[in-house]
Design a protein around this ligand. Structure first.
Ligand code: HEM
Length: 508
């Protein structure tokens, strides 16, 4: 113990509010603790220690150089906690999300052709197909009201649309949820949002699981839903795998350009990348989980922001209408629609669907700092010693919208900052990740689906904003809140489940 203390840098941090939970319950109850991490950083310095469950603690990194260093060692020097290792395996099996070190490298290499720009360019028409199916459905609802507008639970619709898209783009499977086919997977996602908080369910299971990984095995409602999700995804994945097997035996012919199609082809030409059947099944589950929940949460945040700021919604519409009647291609979406790009990035900055990254040090380490700080013993340090076994946490929500890095308007939804000269302050430019945001993580687990997500997000938004105007159902003063699902997601205060009822007015 003395040896351990000698090697760890003494760090300041908040006092312990609870012997059992440490600060973990306070953080979990807040749902979004970005501001709390920011307050602590102002008080205790850019790297500090917070008390966690049963006398354990976590080191929180809010210094860009330390964060970059942490991500550069992700999956080797900093690895999943025992709890996360269990959780990722429970949720999606031994695929890319579970793997670490060399195995992880192999998984990423096998997946990379499927996420190349060329692949995403090809998938753009799939994104448009889904967006136009959504439009047909909404036009039907509006026609039935015999006017030019209707209240539509928009989230329910585009959640289906996004699930259909990941099915087709990910593995050439049409879930058909948009056309009303019931989906066990979509229903299960909805049930997560309806779970009542309980001591060992939901988020608290994550908190307690940090110290007792076995709680993930308890038959809580949360655990039951995870099992159901896994089963639902597994059934689909097996059917798809069967199809691709038939294809390779020449029994059926498909031009499979989907992510998993490309993955299976790549492994045939490069035996080093070989994936077992279980691994392929697991990748499919990761795609459903990673590719659908995150993007739908982002779209919801975006529509909420656009309802709160009708002038931003109008400015975006004008840019899209000025562009002309043709649907923008992938290259145009990427380079020629700056305001669309800004609205999307501002949404991702303010509302990262995965708010924190937590890992444990696999070995002793020295973290360099961008900004030297004074420790409680009065020493000024420009590096921090981390001891093997320490839990380290990077708060993306804090780094993405801290006033210290982004300036006094850091908390405001201001797409202009992405366009105006000097809109991104020098200090924010020191943050790594996609466009100085940690929304897509960084390092070895840097989200491989980010170009996919950006293209899909832009396509759906472009089609919707060009054709419809959105307003809160109950007027501009409507209160919103963050709800708990598998990941936190926004909603209208008082509404149950995954739902976002808005006035949708047809413009054309
Ligand atoms: C707005 C949308 C999205 C956001 C904010 C997002 C964010 C992230 C983040 C933060 C991680 C790292 C997770 C961790 O460290 O545990 C990640 C991983 C991943 N994402 Fe995304 N993602 C998005 C969309 C997508 C899409 C559309 C796909 C696929 C089509 C995708 C595929 C993946 C995969 C496969 C991983 C695992 C990577 C690994 O473990 O090496 N993501 N994503």
């Amino acid at each position: 113990e003395r040896r351990r203390r000698a090697r760890t840098t003494t760090l300041a941090g908040p006092p312990n509010p609870s012997l059992f939970f440490g600060t973990s319950k306070v953080v979990s109850d807040l749902v979004d603790a970005g501001e709390l991490y920011e307050e602590w950083s102002e008080k205790y310095g850019p790297v500090y220690r917070v008390p966690a469950v049963l006398g354990t603690s976590k080191v929180v990194l809010c210094d860009p150089k330390a964060v970059l260093h942490f991500f550069s060692r992700e999956t080797t020097g900093y690895v999943y906690t025992a709890f996360w290792k269990h959780a990722t395996e429970n949720i999606s099996g031994r695929g890319v999300l579970w793997a670490e070190g060399d195995i992880h490298k192999r998984h990423r290499k096998a997946l990379s052709p499927a996420f190349s720009n060329a692949a995403i360019r090809r998938l753009t028409s799939v994104f448009y197909d889904s967006a136009y199916k959504l439009k047909t459905a909404w036009d039907g609802i509006i026609d039935a009201e015999s006017g030019d507008k209707a209240v539509i639970d928009v989230e329910r619709w585009y959640v289906s649309s996004l699930l259909d898209t990941i099915g087709i783009a990910g593995f050439s499977h049409d879930f058909g949820t948009l056309l009303g086919k019931p989906s066990a997977v979509a229903n299960t996602f909805n049930d997560f949002a309806n779970l009542k908080p309980s001591l060992l369910g939901g988020a608290m299971q994550f908190v307690v699981g940090m110290v007792f990984p076995w709680v993930t095995k308890l038959p809580t409602d949360f655990r039951k839903l995870i099992d159901r999700l896994n089963e639902g995804m597994g059934e689909i994945a097996e059917e798809l795998l069967e199809n691709s097997r038939k294809e390779s035996e020449g029994k059926i012919k498909t031009e499979d350009k989907s992510i998993i199609g490309l993955l299976i082809k790549a492994e045939k030409t490069d035996s080093e990348l070989h994936m077992s059947e279980d691994e392929v099944l697991s990748q499919m589950k990761v795609l459903i989980l990673a590719g659908y929940e995150t993007t739908s949460i982002s779209l919801s945040w975006c529509l909420l922001e656009l309802c709160k700021k009708p002038e931003v919604q109008q400015k975006l519409r004008e840019e899209l209408l000025e562009f002309g009647n043709e649907d923008p291609t992938w290259d145009q979406l990427t380079h020629e629609l700056p305001y669309l790009d800004a609205v999307v990035h501002e949404t991702l900055r303010l509302h990262p669907p995965l708010p924190e990254t937590e890992r444990v040090a696999a070995e002793d380490d020295i973290m360099p700092l961008a900004f030297p700080m004074t420790t409680p013993t009065g020493t000024v340090v420009d590096r921090i010693a981390i001891t093997k076994g320490e839990v380290v946490l990077v708060p993306a929500h804090m780094m993405n919208r801290s006033i210290d890095y982004w300036g006094p308007d850091a908390k405001a939804f201001k797409p202009e900052r992405w366009i105006n000269e000097g809109g991104i302050p020098q200090r924010a430019q020191g943050i790594s990740g996609h466009r100085h945001m940690l929304t897509f993580s960084d390092g070895a687990r840097f989200c491989p689906g980010r170009h996919f997500a950006l293209a899909e997000f832009k396509v759906v938004l472009a089609v919707l904003i060009r054709n419809y105007a959105f307003e809160f159902r109950d007027g501009p003063e409507t209160k919103t809140e963050i709800k708990r699902g598998i990941l936190p997601r926004p909603g209208i205060a008082g509404e149950e489940g995954i739902t976002l009822p808005l006035w949708v007015r047809r413009l054309t």
